[in-house]
Design a protein around this ligand. Structure first.
Ligand code: F6P
Length: 528
């Protein structure tokens, strides 16, 4: 729950009362004649339809009032002006500045200089012809964004170089990435904001050794680092001039817009990347300048808060009906859950109910896996359907079928199918009512449908920025710091300790289960 003012508490209580009325979405469709206007927003190439959500106009207004009572306007101003709203790390949050919006003059100049350097470098690599492949090494925010964008860009352009990714510490990840490549014509780009991440450092070392076996002392020429910790990269023996910086005010999960996107620029060309930034900046301007009640990220955020805090849904399924953005749900898992998956608020007190589980897979594949649960499981989950209107596969008949499935699923979730209807269809037979009930769809399950006119770098930038700002708004409403991630630290520390014990055979202090697992591993290495 948001800030602890009496005013805000009253607004929250009003919403709790409103949530007690069990509304039927299909009724709202009939009783609210302006629903298609009030619950649908278009911004640039993106249209978001919230009319299939289980929320009426009155509640929507109450949610807007609640969001305002949480100090959203003030927080939004602080965000764009570069105030240090990441209070646990004392950092500003300015990924929008990478798209030219917000931040001081100095910040904008740094960004411009970096973008220029990236462009010059990318154009040189593209025209040189020395490199045939790029291996992008990084994990979390240093991987998910670039991977998603690479797939999406390939809907618009041919990759000039073979772009591969290695993220996992599992040796199979770097093996797969390097498989069949020649060291001489491969550029390794190591991306790590902190330059301390175990997975990335281990994969970088493996890649360097692979280069070195072939290129000897020249191996370093094929090695680039992208980081906010220049000294860390220098200590890793990467020459100063081969390091691309970004800044501590860019969160890892918000970093694809920075030099973290270098491999994308090289593979697809700087102009596509520019379009991507422009698409995001259009959403930034909309979010910054529009009043709260006409603001798309705000609308999306309050609907999410309604589903989570008042209708008690613990997860949100995100289903892109577009193969080129099939990694969107994985990307959003980090964006949303690392940002707002917090049980303690900004002041150190319990935060109450916050971020739902984000999950999903591409449509139509998910229909043949977990959609059973979405339609008939208890309690199901709200869904964000994402569809692209224009075909990019060159197979229009497939595309029409893809979109028909997308539209049908949201309709089916909403309308359901009554037992009476099933009984009528069945006609008669043994045990008929038990079977009819199993074939019944409860319906009234909420969803949002987002359509992009076309999948372009611009529209993709627009879409990602929409979710980024939604996460910001929800963070304000839940009063959590959306820009730190302390929850990932404990496991990292324990893994380092356990690794030493596994390598040296020394016995650390653990519970009986963990001790046994370590022992099992040590014994397995003795057997082999
Ligand atoms: O462990 C979580 C995390 O810190 C993410 O926030 C981040 O995106 C990822 O690890 C990778 O971190 P880095 O870019 O510093 O290697």
């Amino acid at each position: 729950m948001g800030i602890d003012s009496e005013h805000s508490k009253q607004k929250y209580k009003k919403l709790e009362v409103l949530a007690q009325t069990n509304l039927k979405i299909t009724d709202l469709m009939k009783t609210e004649p302006n629903r298609i206007d009030n619950f649908v927003m278009r911004e640039g190439p993106l249209r978001a339809d919230f009319s299939k959500q289980r929320v009426c106009e009155r509640t929507l207004n109450a949610l807007k009032e609640y969001a305002a009572s949480c100090g959203l306007e003030e927080y939004r101003a602080k965000l764009f002006s570069g105030e240090k709203i990441n209070n646990s790390e004392g950092r500003a949050v300015l990924h929008m500045a990478l798209r030219g919006v917000g931040g001081s003059k100095g910040v904008q100049e740094d960004v411009k200089a970096m973008r220029h350097r990236m462009k010059v470098f990318s154009n040189k690599i593209r025209s040189d012809g020395k490199y045939k492949a790029i291996v992008h090494i990084g994990i979390g925010g240093s991987d998910l964004g670039p991977r998603l964008v690479a797939d999406a860009f390939s809907a618009n352009a041919e990759m000039k170089l073979d772009l591969r990714f290695a993220e996992n510490i599992d040796g199979a990840s770097i093996n797969d990435a390097l498989d069949g490549l020649s060291p001489e014509s491969t550029l390794i780009i190591v991306v790590s904001k902190s330059f301390t991440t175990q997975e990335t450092r281990m994969n970088a070392e493996a890649a360097y050794n692979w280069l070195e076996t072939d290129l000897g002392t020249n191996a370093g020429e094929n090695f680039i680092a992208v980081t906010a910790n220049r000294q860390g990269a220098i200590d890793f023996m990467i020459p100063d001039e081969q390091i691309f910086d970004f800044w501590d005010w860019v969160g890892g999960r918000y970093s694809v817009w920075s030099s973290v996107g270098l491999s994308l620029q090289i593979a697809f060309g700087p102009s596509l990347f520019d379009e991507f930034l422009k698409g995001a900046s259009k959403m930034d301007l909309h979010f910054r300048d529009q009043p709260l009640h006409e603001n798309l990220p705000v609308l999306m955020a309050i609907v999410g808060v309604w589903n989570r805090n008042f209708l008690n849904y613990s997860s949100l399924a995100v289903i892109p009906y577009s193969r080129n953005i099939r990694k969107f749900s994985a990307f959003l898992q980090q964006l949303e859950m690392e940002s707002n998956g917090k049980y303690i608020n900004r002041e150190g007190a319990p935060a109450g109910i916050t971020c739902p589980i984000i999950w999903g897979d591409e449509g139509t594949n998910g229909q043949h896996a977990f959609f059973q649960w979405l339609h008939q499981g208890t309690p199901g989950a709200p869904v964000d359907f994402i569809a692209v209107l224009k075909d990019s596969s060159g197979r229009p008949e497939h595309h029409a079928a893809l979109l028909a499935n997308c539209f049908a699923q949201s309709e089916a979730l909403m309308v359901g199918k009554s037992t009476d209807q099933v009984l009528k269809e069945m006609g008669g037979g043994d045990n008929i009512s038990a079977i009819a009930r199993q074939k019944t769809f409860p319906g009234n399950r909420p969803s949002t449908t987002i359509t992009l006119d076309d999948l372009t770098p611009f529209s993709l930038g627009h879409l990602i920025a929409l979710y980024e700002h939604k996460v910001f708004v929800q963070g304000v409403m839940w009063n959590v710091n959306s820009f730190d991630q302390w929850g990932v630290e404990l496991g990292k520390i324990l893994a380092s300790k356990i690794l030493i014990e596994m390598q040296t055979g020394t016995k650390g202090k653990h519970d009986i289960s963990t001790s046994k697992l370590i022992e099992l591993f040590i014994n397995s290495t003795k057997e082999s």
